[in-house]
Design a protein. Structure first.
Length: 139
């Protein structure tokens, strides 16, 4: 299993919107950056993803699970880009803010800091565990 971070503007698609999709989950679509799209293509069923609210809030607010691997994004008329299907797993009781992430020296190489504009990025297992601990979820 691998770990990822998915960014969404909460006024477009929020963790609460994701929750409403229940077990069928929802498409993670609309990605038009080639590096982010390549990351979507690498996702496997069962991979876990942090759900990050970008622009408004700037914090990790939940966890979703990949339930369907990459397929052609139906919102892309060029048919070059892909989407994945994700299902809500957990809402964090204590969201982890970008401000707190930046203050944590163990996370200084986190892609969220290094490539702040990238909407889909891999998360190292070590970073995943640190962020879970910061959110008061210890696994």
């Amino acid at each position: 299993m691998k770990y990822w971070l998915l960014k969404s503007e909460p006024d477009v698609w929020s963790i609460d919107d994701q929750i409403k999709c229940k077990s069928k989950g929802s498409m993670w679509d609309g990605v038009r950056n080639y590096q982010a799209a390549n990351n979507l293509k690498k996702m496997k069923k069962g991979d876990m993803c942090f759900f990050y609210h970008s622009n408004i809030g700037k914090e990790i607010v939940g966890i979703v699970k990949v339930i369907k691997e990459a397929f052609t994004d139906p919102t892309d008329i060029s048919k070059k880009f892909v989407a994945v299907q994700v299902r809500f797993e957990k809402k964090l009781n204590h969201p982890v803010s970008l401000k707190d992430i930046k203050k944590t020296k163990e996370l200084k190489d986190l892609p969220l800091i290094k490539q702040s504009r990238l909407s889909v990025m891999p998360i190292d297992t070590k970073y995943w565990k640190i962020i879970l601990k910061m959110s008061k979820i210890v696994k």
